[in-house]
Design a protein around this ligand. Structure first.
Ligand code: HPA
Ligand code: ZN
Length: 337
């Protein structure tokens, strides 16, 4: 359906959105990866951006993460984090994103000798500039890698301490199977004491039990939560406790979490009263930014609007920002309906 002044813009393109599950390192477009590699003198195993694109075929999360971590090695300087974030925020704003809560995972960069102040400083400068340039409201969450020890996650909180006031929250990501949230209970407790909002990747490849454990750790939002859909008691708990899911349809498709988006459980979870949201995870790696994820669902406009409204509800923004976002979605639906 055409909307506003641009006859080519679709309902989904201009639908006001909050994106709550996107990894900044996972927004690295192939051409930019090669440009960063060249200027930082980093070797890549692919001969060209097209050869890298051809490698975007995964048998599961672990195979994807191998490629993703290799791509991360090109990010070495504050300017790299700045440019990466600025580029994502420009693309997100062009896709109707008004609020973006983004992840960065500092541990591998710290191992490579990139100071955390450079990583976060570059990202936070880009967030401030984008707020002025396009009005997009960005915020940053830091992810600890679950294949590492809890001691390393606790150490990360110490390293982040000087930046506490600039950060919205923390989460847990990386290889899920065999790395349950319960192994990070002290990490979540310490993060909560420090005033961070809490999220956790759970139920992407891991069982519903991992989602339960994340809830037991006091997590306020579940990243993915796909496998919870098959567990009615857990669905009821998510509904009753009002804990949202940040779902990523194209990621789940590409990582073979699901084999068919026509049966994707987001509409069923919505009907069951769970606050479900639509997000991109790692857009170039999975074939689409957030609007592409909305489109891939093939749901009617009013349902997509309800999911977009959920995005603002599930965000960690202040009440006025949440209310304004929800109102903008309602106005958009009314104008297009
Ligand atoms: N799952 C877990 N960790 C991640 C992902 C994901 O989909 N993307 C980037 N880090
Ligand atoms: Zn993710």
């Amino acid at each position: 359906m055409a909307t506003g002044g641009d006859p080519a813009a679709s309902f989904v393109d201009t639908l006001p959105k909050a994106e709550l599950h996107v990894h900044l390192e996972g927004t690295l477009e192939p051409e930019d990866m090669f440009a960063f590699a060249a200027r930082n003198d980093v070797d890549l195993p692919w001969a060209s951006p097209d050869e890298l694109r051809a490698a975007y075929s995964y048998t599961g999360l672990d195979r994807f993460l191998e490629l993703y971590y290799r791509g991360c090695t090109v990010l070495r300087r504050r300017a790299d984090f700045h440019e990466l974030t600025a580029a994502y925020l420009r693309r997100a704003a062009a896709q109707g994103v008004r609020r973006a809560e983004m992840f960065v995972s500092p541990q591998s960069f710290l191992d490579a000798g990139v100071p955390v102040a450079d990583q976060l400083g570059g990202v936070l400068d880009a967030i401030a500039e984008a707020r002025t340039d396009t009005g997009i409201d960005g915020a940053l969450l830091v992810i600890a890698q679950r294949h590492r020890s809890e001691a390393e996650a606790l150490e990360l909180l110490e390293v982040l301490a000087p930046h506490r006031e600039s950060l919205l929250g923390v989460g847990l990501g990386g290889a899920e199977r065999g790395n349950p949230p319960s192994r990070f209970a002290r990490f979540f407790a310490d993060a909560r004491r420090r005033g961070y909002r809490l999220t956790c990747h759970a139920g992407e490849e891991g069982p519903p039990e991992y989602v339960r454990e994340a809830l037991d750790c006091g997590v306020e939002r579940i990243d993915h939560g796909y496998t919870a859909a098959g567990d009615p008691a857990l669905v009821a708990r998510l509904r009753d406790e009002g804990v949202p899911l940040t779902m990523c349809p194209l990621s789940n498709l590409r990582l073979r979490v699901t084999d068919d988006l026509s049966t994707y459980p987001i509409a069923a979870l919505h009907d069951a009263g769970v606050v479900v949201t639509v997000n991109s995870d790692d857009p170039p790696y999975f074939g689409g930014y957030v609007a592409d994820n909305y489109r891939a669902l093939g749901l009617p406009d009013p349902t997509l609007a309800a999911l977009a409204r959920n995005g603002f509800t599930a965000s960690f923004a202040d009440d006025a920002t949440v209310a304004a976002g929800r109102r903008a979605v309602d106005d958009h639906l009314a104008a297009c309906g």
